[in-house]
Design a protein around this ligand. Structure first.
Ligand SMILES: C[S@@+](CC[C@H](N)C(=O)[O-])C[C@H]1O[C@@H](n2cnc3c(N)ncnc32)[C@H](O)[C@@H]1O
Length: 238
């Protein structure tokens, strides 16, 4: 087998693993088991598939901070939800963000993220399909989430918890694979949260580059002043 054939075979194997990860039906046990086996070769596989989601989400975070957040970039508190091995944290750190926390369902992926040393704290065994009970409301200036609103991973309802942990006037930046938006209730959930005043869609990059075989939408949501008070149970001023 020549070098080109070898690369093609590796790319095909990587795509198969990525496809297999989409068939886990949001089952926490199966997801954790799958990522335990994938943690050591995840970055190689997604690199072979041209994965550029983390770079795009990080650059959006940089643009949002420059445009809307007065404090210095180093002081902006960021939560990387579903941080995986830390690809997004590394991009954020490259852009000058230094107060980054992360969590992931998979302890093995989370341990890889810790090893990057770009995060303040990384938790494993945190499931975004349920309440983020270890995270206080209104804690983060920007919450980022890349590669997680993906088939078989996190349900659209997870967005509500991301809004809860983000401070008033803060931002959530998330990627969604096109196939995820087409086959789930993600857009309906966005409308529900918008109608409830929980978040406001601020920007959307449609069908941007993501992996070789499929694009993604990149969403920027803002958490309004009053919404987080509702979430935290504080009274809303008339
Ligand atoms: C495709 S990887 C993306 C990782 C990283 N954000 C990146 O861009 O490289 C998906 C990650 O989501 C995590 N994950 C899947 N389901 C999850 C859930 N319910 N709660 C938290 N993390 C989850 C997986 O363990 C995995 O690390």
């Amino acid at each position: 087998m020549n070098t080109l054939d070898q690369r093609t075979a590796l790319q095909q194997a990587a795509r198969e693993r990525i496809k297999d990860s989409h068939a886990l039906n949001g089952d926490a046990g199966r997801l954790a088991h799958f990522y335990r086996g994938w943690a050591s070769s995840y970055e190689l596989d997604v690199g072979l598939d041209g994965y550029c989601g983390p770079m795009i989400v990080a650059e959006l975070a940089g643009a949002v901070q420059t445009a809307y957040l007065a404090r210095q970039r180093t002081a902006i508190a960021i939560l990387d939800a579903g941080c995986g091995t830390g690809l997004l944290g590394v991009q954020l750190e490259r852009l000058g963000f230094h107060s980054i926390d992360g969590f992931d369902l998979s302890e093995d992926m989370a341990e890889k993220a810790r090893q990057t040393r770009v995060y303040r704290h990384v938790r494993g065994d945190v499931d975004l399909n349920g309440p983020l009970s270890d995270y206080s409301s209104a804690s983060y200036d920007i919450t980022v989430c890349c590669g997680v609103f993906t088939l078989g991973h996190v349900r659209p309802e997870g967005l509500r918890e991301l809004a809860r942990v983000t401070r008033p006037n803060g931002f959530i930046i998330a990627s969604t694979r096109k196939s995820y938006v087409e086959t789930t209730s993600f857009e309906a959930e966005v409308r529900r949260l918008q109608d409830a005043g929980t978040l406001v869609p601020a920007q959307r990059l449609n069908d941007g580059r993501y992996v070789a075989e499929e694009g993604a939408h990149y969403w920027v949501f803002q958490v309004p002043e009053k919404a987080s008070r509702v979430c935290t149970g504080e009274p809303i001023a008339a």
